[in-house]
Design a protein around this ligand. Structure first.
Ligand SMILES: *[C@@H]1O[C@H](CO)[C@@H](O)[C@H](O)[C@H]1NC(C)=O
Ligand SMILES: *[C@@H]1O[C@H](CO)[C@@H](O)[C@H](O)[C@H]1NC(C)=O
Ligand SMILES: *[C@@H]1O[C@H](CO)[C@@H](O)[C@H](O)[C@H]1NC(C)=O
Ligand SMILES: *[C@@H]1O[C@H](CO)[C@@H](O)[C@H](O)[C@H]1NC(C)=O
Length: 383
């Protein structure tokens, strides 16, 4: 029985891998055929008692898992089917149909999982996992980790009704106690994004329209404090390495630069980003010092995005870098909108490989790939 389930799963996973991570297939092939010995536990790691009861190969226990928390910069399919990320033309590059990612293809989470050798489709989106049948409960989620990130969310409640970061960590805690019991989290990694939805919600919820920069700057410490307590909680739950993304340069998003015809980033928004990221960086440094074990690593998205958007070496790859590829036909439309006859109310640029931004807020797969190149040196700190 278990073997049949396993075969079913391997075949399914193989198909999924073909879509998601072409060269990840190797991992499965390798595992399935036992051509090489399974990785031995690190010294001092005792096999869990669950090992024998459930016949998990050691591989499952010690395989690195990725747990993801945050928003659309990390969400690989938790959002509801009504959200843009499930509408055409999202996903048109990979896997050629919408996959719940806010991009034309792979995003930060995918590159991150691949970098750390997490094979197969990467961390399973929680909302997909919870609807799935037993083989997935046994194997799918456990080996690759799980993604709790949900587009549009923040550390506080925002304009979408979806789990805020606290609620995402609650879900992780529940799944941990029911499902990952006995699994080794010692070499697992968390990825946390918080890309500005709290500020968007704050502006939206003001009684009057004249939100001044000072109001946002006043709100900023609340956001970073809440984020830091979330990070501490993830650490306390047993994850030993936690990558936390800074705010991206919000003043460079097409949503903002549309007002200057995509010519330059907005400095006022930039100073909010600087304040937020400065406080986050200091807190992360303090936390690492206090615990003396460098659990936290800051992924400086602000710098990485700007390096690509403004760097000479990327000027050829991304000409007109501040313009989005998929844009609404009018300022009221967003990428993915259609009219009553299902005719698109958006246009898609001819060459998305050479567009940094996909829609008004999110990079293309090609953009994420370039950002990821800039993050590689930092990622060594997570080894
Ligand atoms: C995980 O690491 C801790 C020390 O950091 C150790 O006490 C524990 O036994 C390890 N767990 C496993 C399952 O190896
Ligand atoms: C997060 O969401 C939960 C459940 O909806 C809510 O009770 C809690 O107050 C929210 N937390 C924050 C920090 O906004
Ligand atoms: C709107 O908010 C700003 C900043 O908080 C405040 O200075 C201003 O007086 C408010 N205007 C009205 C009409 O309430
Ligand atoms: C780092 O220190 C914190 C607090 O002392 C502890 O909870 C955590 O388990 C430690 N992590 C490692 C990898 O030793």
């Amino acid at each position: 029985m278990a073997f049949r389930q396993m075969n079913f799963y391997v075949i399914l996973l193989f198909l999924v891998s073909l879509f998601a991570h072409q060269n990840a297939v190797h991992g499965w092939w390798w595992w399935h055929h036992h051509h090489q010995p399974l990785p031995a536990p690190a010294p001092g790691q005792a096999p869990s008692p669950w090992h024998h009861h459930h016949a998990y190969p050691d591989f499952f226990h010690y395989h690195k898992k990725i747990f993801v928390f945050g928003d659309s910069y990390a969400d690989t399919g938790n959002s509801r089917l009504t959200e843009e990320s499930w509408h055409c033309p999202y996903g048109m590059t990979i896997p050629r149909v919408p996959s719940g990612r806010y991009s034309d293809g792979l995003i930060l989470t995918d590159f991150f999982a691949k970098r750390f050798g997490v094979i197969g489709p990467g961390p399973v989106p929680f909302q997909q996992w919870r609807k799935m049948i037993s083989p997935f409960h046994l194997f799918g989620s456990s080996i690759f980790g799980m993604n709790f990130a949900h587009g549009g969310t923040g550390v506080f409640d925002t304009l979408v009704s979806a789990p805020n970061m606290t609620a995402q960590i609650d879900l992780f805690e529940q799944v941990m106690s029911s499902h990952y019991r006995g699994f080794d989290l010692n070499n697992s990694i968390a990825l946390v994004t918080n890309s500005g939805n709290d500020y968007a919600a704050f502006m939206h919820n003001q009684d009057n329209d004249t939100v001044v920069a000072a109001d946002l700057l006043g709100f900023s410490p609340k956001v970073t404090d809440q984020l830091v307590s979330n990070l501490k909680r993830i650490q306390a739950l047993g994850i030993k390495k936690i990558a936390v993304a800074s705010l991206p340069p919000l003043g460079c998003l097409p949503r903002v630069t549309v007002s200057n015809s995509y010519k330059h980033c907005d400095d006022t928004v930039g100073s909010l980003v600087d304040t937020h990221n400065g406080a986050l960086s200091k807190s992360v440094g303090d936390l690492n010092q206090a615990t003396a074990n460098n659990t936290f690593v800051l992924l400086d998205l602000d710098k990485a995005f700007k390096d690509v958007l403004q760097g000479k070496e990327y000027a050829y790859r991304f000409p007109d870098s501040l313009r989005g590829c998929c844009v609404g036909k009018t300022s009221y439309n967003y990428c993915g909108d259609v009219d009553k006859q299902w005719r698109p109310l958006y246009t898609v640029c001819p060459n998305r490989l050479r567009s940094f931004f996909w829609d008004m807020d999110h990079p293309t797969m090609s953009g994420w790939e370039a950002v990821f190149e800039r993050l590689l040196p930092t990622l060594q700190l997570l080894e």
